[in-house]
Design a protein around this ligand. Structure first.
Ligand code: GDG
Length: 473
């Protein structure tokens, strides 16, 4: 089997139970088939003399990591990646910031990653680069003579060209993207936005539904919806640890509905709108009733950036307002937890909650929606309320789909979920389980790698196989 080389901004720490779903799934795949995972180790050092890469072995895979300097962290990570690309790809031009230093830092770190990675590659490696931090890495590797198949996957949305062109340097960025053999997207509309950009702004043409020709260069663009390992998540939700969590969360003898939200504390996740919708739900019941308790886990992220500090303050103020207005001596309506919680605890909370509230304003996929479904008790499942602007909404049709900007619609969906019959909940859940099994983590990875292996243009440009395996089964 050919060696798989994964490159991402951060490499998961196998000793951390708090890693997200995707990190866990990539690590599992690498452990099984062996391979190399390269990226930042999360450490920040004073200057470049301290950034030598280090390797650790984890089962059959090697994790090769290096720190960033303070300047890299500021310019590449916080700056261009998270103050320019992240907001623009989430349709938030109002929050996008740009400096020449940040763009320069982004180029510098990508070039350094290529410098460090190139001597560690074999000719037969399959290389898979992840996400917006590393868009130019493929071109940087090509410039160093790497002729292997290199694939790229966008975990975040790809905006329409009219929004994308607000990115300074967008032509350079998009041209460097064309050096990958395969570019993967979460949804058909992300893929369509990209293809439209290439055709309208870079003079490319579609030669088949998944293949673009740009000045004689063939690039494949496919749709590969990310998923989770359904069985292992479901097992975790039934574990003794999860059961203990459920017992501690539910107030014995009380018929109370729990609503769960789990998100990184990011403005794309729609948390203030969600809190307002919860407030509207409470207002729709007679005074004194205690119809539902919202548990919101908002794990800290990028908290050095002003936009993230602002949203944290907004949430603190809103939760204080809601608890002050509706709370009672024996009831806190909104339990807002700004901390990272262990994964098995999350699984237990999902299972204990009648409603999973997943209402991002824009999201590439959203794995929390899938985890919530997997964690339910099939004989008495909860209801998923899902934003139409999450990539997951393309597939999860049996969720209650909402417009997260419309707080009354979200409040109404919560009321509908509270009142929904068990029969309807079971039917919806059964259908949703089928869907998350069909597009699970393994399917995502194997269909992407199958499509990547079929890209042979570097080795045999004249014999390019333009097969259409770019779309996930
Ligand atoms: C990006 C895209 C796309 C969250 N809080 C805690 C915790 N989590 C875990 C969740 C889930 C993961 O983190 C979050 O995944 P999402 O998909 O919801 O969102 P992003 O982090 O924004 O991920 C997104 C994803 O990439 C994959 O392609 O779906 O659209 O933005 O697994 O459970 N895990 C633990 N404690 C927490 O407090 N243990």
């Amino acid at each position: 089997m050919r060696r798989l080389v994964i490159v991402s901004n951060r490499v998961a720490d196998p000793s951390q139970n708090s890693s997200g779903g995707l990190a866990v799934c990539l690590l599992d795949a690498l452990r099984e088939r062996g391979g190399l995972w390269f990226g930042w180790n999360g450490a920040i050092v004073a200057d470049e003399s301290e950034i030598a890469p280090a390797c650790t072995k984890y089962d059959r895979c090697v994790l090769m990591t290096m720190p960033l300097t303070e300047r890299d962290y500021r310019e590449y990570y916080l700056g261009f990646s998270n103050e320019t690309l992240w907001p623009i790809h989430h349709y938030r031009l109002d929050l996008a910031r740009f400096t020449l230093e940040a763009a320069e830092g982004y180029r510098r770190v990508n070039a350094r990653f290529a410098d460090v990675l190139t001597p560690n590659l074999n000719r037969s490696d399959l290389i898979w680069v992840h996400d917006y931090h590393l868009i130019p890495l493929g071109a940087d590797l090509r410039a160093r003579g790497v002729g292997n198949e290199i694939g790229f996957f966008f975990h975040i949305p790809f905006p329409p060209p009219e929004i994308l062109v607000a990115t300074p340097e967008h032509e350079w960025l998009m041209n460097s993207l064309l050096e990958y053999d395969l570019i993967g997207f979460q949804t058909i509309s992300d893929q369509a936005n990209f293809c439209r950009f290439v055709c309208e702004f870079l003079g490319g043409e579609m030669v088949s539904p998944n293949t673009l020709n740009v000045g004689g260069k063939y690039v494949k663009a496919g749709v590969f919806p990310v998923g989770i390992d359904v069985d292992s998540f479901a097992a975790m939700a039934k574990s003794p640890e999860a059961k203990t969590r459920i017992d501690r969360t539910l107030v014995r003898g009380e018929e109370r509905v729990y609503v769960i939200g789990v998100d990184r504390l990011d403005y794309s996740k729609g948390l203030p709108e969600r809190f307002r919708a919860f407030k509207a739900l409470l207002e729709s019941y007679p005074t004194g009733s205690k119809p539902a308790t919202l548990i919101q886990i908002a794990s800290p992220t990028r908290d050095d950036l002003q936009a993230y500090i602002n949203i944290r303050h907004e949430l603190e103020s809103l939760s204080g307002e809601i608890n002050g207005k509706f709370g009672d001596f024996d009831w806190t309506p909104l339990r807002y937890i700004h901390r990272t919680v262990a994964r098995d605890v999350l699984a237990g909370l999902y299972r204990a909650s009648r409603i999973g509230l997943v209402t991002p304003l824009r999201d590439g996929m959203n794995l929390v929606a899938k985890e919530y479904i997997a964690a339910q008790d099939p004989s008495d499942p909860g209801v998923l309320i899902l934003s139409r602007f999450a990539g997951a909404a393309d597939d999860l049709e049996e969720a209650l789909t909402v417009n997260p900007y419309d707080i009354h619609e979200v409040a109404h969906a919560m009321r509908r979920a509270i009142e929904m019959s068990k029969k309807e909940r079971i039917e919806r859940h059964r259908a949703l389980m089928k869907r998350i099994r069909h597009h699970d983590a393994n399917n995502w990875m194997t269909s992407f790698l199958r499509a990547l292996r079929s890209c042979r243009r570097r080795q045999h440009p004249a014999l390019t196989q333009l097969d259409e395996s770019g779309a996930a089964a």
